[in-house]
Design a protein around this ligand. Structure first.
Ligand SMILES: [Zn+2]
Length: 168
């Protein structure tokens, strides 16, 4: 009985350490989209604004307009668009044909085109102003910041802060 127990825990710890090492090497490779800041103005998850609850699908990183935004990993530009009410100017990059990263409230001059191959750490755009040069609101924003979301392989958002970043 005791012997069986030791065999069981031995196997279990092997499995656990294998899964841990796999997930660690997998997630060690990300590049944080804004350099030299750890400040978050709004976290992932349920948030309350004026007695109304909503789900924040990413994190908000405050930064001045013109701040460089870096791709978190190698990928392909999947979407470049504008959403008046939500994201303003935004870019979606797909990684390994599986999961996606989204960068929102960008400046008008994106540095990438639809279908471009992107390298990890490549500058893809800049943080945009609250009001764009054409007078339009840059999405639903109270001030310049990067809204950053990650969609998992299943298409659901995950908390971007659960990943490891080499530069954060
Ligand atoms: Zn946000």
């Amino acid at each position: 009985m005791i012997k069986k127990f030791y065999v069981y825990t031995g196997v279990l710890s092997l499995v656990v350490s294998f899964i841990f090492s796999f997930s660690k090497t997998d997630t060690d490779n990300y590049f944080y989209p804004i350099k030299n800041t750890i400040t978050i103005s709004s976290y992932y998850g349920v948030r309350q604004l004026f007695n109304e609850y909503s789900f924040h699908t990413g994190i908000d990183i405050p930064a001045s307009p013109g701040t460089s935004i870096y791709s978190i990993s190698n990928g392909v530009v999947k979407y470049i668009g504008f959403d008046n009410n939500g994201y303003g100017n935004y870019i979606i990059i797909i990684h390994n044909n599986l999961y996606k990263s989204l960068y929102a409230h960008l400046s008008d001059n994106a540095l990438v085109k639809l279908g471009d191959n992107i390298k990890k750490g490549q500058i893809i755009a800049y943080v945009g102003p609250k009001i764009l040069s054409n007078g339009k609101q840059n999405g639903n924003t109270t001030g310049p910041h990067l809204h950053f979301s990650i969609y998992s392989n299943s298409g659901k958002t995950i908390d971007p802060l659960t990943l490891n970043y080499q530069n954060r």
